[in-house]
Design a protein around this ligand. Structure first.
Ligand code: NAP
Length: 525
C-alpha cells in the first residue's frame, strides 16, 4: 500500500494543510517520504463531530458485531505483512524480531478485548429485585450496568509503535467499551500510524459501523492534540509518553468547563530490591539477568530497571563486578528518535557530573543515535538527599543505591515516587525483610515481582500496568490487560424501570445471556 501522508477522518483520507511532519530514519536521521500534512482545526472539528454522531449507534452495537470488528482490525494488521514491519523498523530503529513480537501482542490484545466484549463481564450487570413487602419500607427495583463514556482521544507512545499506538491497548479497550476513538498520530512513526490507521478504517467499513468510530490526525505542532483534549465532545483521554506531555494534557482536561479523565502512563524507574541472602546465594546470576533486562529495547521500556537498591555486603560487591563485566560487552543500540537519544545522553551526563555518583561501568560506544548503556552507584544517604536522582533516564542507564542497613533501604523505598513495577530478589532467608517491605511496595507500585524484572508485560486478566503518580495519572487503572476497559466505562443505575425499557443486559429474560449479579450472587448462563 502506497503511503499517502493523509489524515484519516472517518472514511475520508485528506491531506492536511497545516505544516508537515516527516518520519525520520532512526538509524541515519534522514527524512522519510511521504510528508504528512498536519491536520487543521477544521479537520479536528470534523473528526470530533463524526465521533460524536457515531457514539450512540456504536455504543449499542451487539457484542458479536463489536467483537467481530476488533477481530477484523487484528486480521487487517496481520494482512499488512512485511510492509508494516519494515516501515516500523526504519522509523523506530527497533529490530525485526521485536517489531514482529509487538505485532503479535497488538493483535493478541485486540482479540482479548473481543473475548471480553463477548463475555459481557465488563457490563457488570447487577440486579437488586424489588421487595414490595420489606418492612419498614419496601425496596425499589434497582439495576446497574456499565455504559461507554463517549468519544476517546488516544495519544500513543514512541517506544511501542504498535502495542501502544494507533491500534494499541488504549484504542482496543476504548473501542471494546463502545467508545469511538480519535488517535493523535505519534510524530516518531507516522508511516506506521497511517498503515495501522488504514487497517482500522477498513474494518469500520467492513462492519458497516458509523464512520466516526475511528479517525487519525497528524499534528505538526501542539494545537490539534491539545484542541482534541479540550473539545467538549471528547469524554476521556488515553496517553502513553513523557511526564511533561502527560501532565500538560491532564491540566487541559482538568480546566475544561466539563473536566474529563486522563489516563496517562508516564514515568517510572522501576526499583529492583536485591535482598541480602539472594545476593549471597546468586549475585552473578542476578547481575546477568539485570543487564539483559536493562538492555532490552535499548532501555526504552516503561518498565526498564532504572534503580537498584541493596544493603552493602560482599554479595553486593560481587553483583557490581559481574554487572560491570556483562555491561562492558553490551553493544550500543539505536534509539527511537534523535530527541530521545539527546535526552538520554543528557541524563547520563548528569549522573557523570554528579559529585556523589560513581560510574560502575558502561557499555560499548556506538554510532550516531546509538545509546551507550551505563551503570552508576550512590550511597543511600546521598540518594535520600537529592530528589533529582529519582528522575527517569529513558534508556539503558541504571543507578545502584548502596544502603548502609535494611532500615536505610526501607527509607529509600519510602522516598520513591509512584512506580509501574517493583521487583524483589529474595532467598528463603530474606522472607522476614521481604514481609516488611511488601506493604511499602504495594503503596508505591502497580505490579510487584519476585525474582524477576518488570520488562515483558503479560497481556491478561490479572495484569496491572499502572501505579501511583507519576507512573500514571490515575492509580486506580491499568493500561494493559482486560481491566483496561474499565477506564472508558461508567456505571448507570436504573430504578423501577419497566422490563421493556431496560437495557437487554438487565432484563429478567436476559436475552443476550450476559452474567448478572442478582442480589449479590453472580449468575452465569
Ligand atoms: P511524548 O513526547 O510525551 O509524546 C507522546 C505523545 O504526546 C505524542 O503524540 C506527542 O506529540 C504528544 N505530546 C507530547 N507533549 C505534548 C503536549 N505538551 N501537548 C500535546 N501533545 C503532546 O512521549 P514519547 O515520545 O513517547 O517518549 C518520550 C519520553 O516519554 C521518554 O523520554 C520517556 O521519558 C517517556 N516515556 C515513558 C513511558 C512510560 O510508560 N513510562 C513510555 C514511553 C515514553 P508529538 O508526536 O508531536 O511529539
Amino acid at each position: 500500500m502506497a503511503l499517502s501522508g493523509q489524515n484519516l477522518i472517518g472514511q475520508l483520507a485528506s491531506t492536511g494543510q497545516n505544516g508537515h511532519i516527516w518520519g525520520i530514519n532512526a538509524a541515519t536521521g534522514e527524512k522519510l517520504e511521504p510528508a504528512y500534512g498536519g491536520a487543521t482545526l477544521e479537520d479536528l472539528e470534523r473528526a470530533c463531530a463524526l465521533a460524536n454522531s457515531a457514539f450512540n449507534a456504536y455504543r449499542e452495537t451487539a457484542a458479536d458485531v463489536r467483537a467481530g470488528f476488533l477481530e477484523t482490525i487484528a486480521q487487517n494488521i496481520l494482512d499488512l505483512g512485511d510492509e508494516l514491519i519494515e516501515r516500523c523498523m526504519i522509523e523506530t530503529g527497533l529490530p525485526r524480531a521485536r517489531i514482529e513480537g509487538e505485532r503479535g501482542r497488538t493483535v493478541g490484545q485486540l482479540r482479548l478485548f473481543a473475548s471480553v466484549v463477548r463475555s459481557g463481564d465488563y457490563l457488570d450487570a447487577r440486579i437488586d429485585p424489588a421487595q414490595p413487602d420489606r418492612k419498614p419500607l419496601p425496596r425499589v427495583d434497582l439495576r446497574l450496568r456499565n455504559i461507554a463514556l463517549g468519544p476517546v482521544a488516544v495519544f500513543g507512545a514512541s517506544n511501542f509503535p504498535l502495542a501502544f499506538s494507533v491500534a494499541g491497548g488504549d484504542t482496543a479497550s476504548a473501542l471494546a467499551a463502545g467508545c469511538p476513538v480519535i488517535v493523535k498520530a505519534h510524530s516518531a512513526h507516522p508511516g506506521t500510524c497511517e498503515l495501522v490507521g488504514r487497517a482500522l478504517q477498513k474494518a469500520v467499513k467492513a462492519h458497516a459501523l458509523p464512520e466516526g468510530t475511528f479517525s487519525l490526525l497528524f499534528d505538526s505542532g501542539r494545537n490539534v492534540g491539545q484542541g482534541l483534549v479540550a473539545d467538549k465532545r471528547i469524554k476521556a483521554v488515553g496517553f502513553t509518553g513523557s511526564r511533561g506531555g502527560g501532565t500538560a494534557l491532564m491540566h487541559i482536561a482538568a480546566n475544561r468547563p466539563e473536566p474529563i479523565p486522563v489516563y496517562a502512563e508516564m514515568s517510572s524507574i522501576n526499583p529492583v530490591l536485591l535482598l541480602p541472602q539472594a545476593l549471597q546465594a546468586r549475585a552473578e546470576t542476578i547481575a546477568q539477568a539485570f543487564i539483559t533486562a536493562l538492555g532490552m529495547g535499548a532501555g526504552q521500556f516503561c518498565t526498564s530497571p532504572g534503580l537498584v537498591l541493596a544493603v552493602e555486603s560482599p554479595g553486593l560487591a560481587r553483583f557490581l563486578d559481574s554487572a560491570a563485566q556483562a555491561l562492558a560487552n553490551s553493544p550500543a543500540q539505536t534509539m527511537l528518535t534523535p530527541g530521545i537519544y539527546k535526552s538520554y545522553c543528557q541524563g547520563v551526563e548528569a549522573f557523570k557530573r554528579h559529585p556523589q555518583v560513581t560510574q560502575v561501568a558502561e557499555g560499548q560506544a556506538g554510532g550516531t543515535h546509538q545509546g551507550q548503556a551505563a551503570l552508576f552507584s550512590v550511597v543511600g544517604a546521598d540518594f535520600l538527599q537529592d530528589e533529582s536522582l529519582r528522575a527517569e533516564v529513558f534508556g539503558s542507564a541504571s543507578l545502584v543505591v548502596r544502603c548502609d542497613s535494611p532500615a536505610q533501604l526501607q527509607a529509600v523505598v519510602e522516598s520513591l515516587e509512584g512506580q509501574l513495577t517493583a521487583s524483589v530478589h529474595l532467598a528463603d532467608g530474606d522472607r522476614e525483610l521481604a514481609r516488611r517491605l511488601l506493604p511499602m511496595l504495594e503503596l508505591k507500585a502497580g505490579r510487584i515481582l519476585a525474582n524477576g524484572f518488570g520488562t515483558g508485560v503479560e497481556v491478561g486478566h490479572a495484569m496491572v500496568h499502572g501505579g501511583p503518580f507519576p507512573s500514571t495519572s490515575d492509580p486506580r487503572s491499568t493500561s494493559v490487560g482486560s481491566l483496561a476497559i474499565a477506564r472508558f466505562l461508567r456505571p448507570v443505575s436504573y430504578q423501577d424501570l419497566p422490563q421493556e425499557l431496560l437495557p437487554e443486559a438487565l432484563q429478567d429474560a436476559n436475552p443476550a445471556g450476559v452474567p448478572q449479579r442478582i442480589d449479590g450472587q453472580l449468575n452465569r448462563l
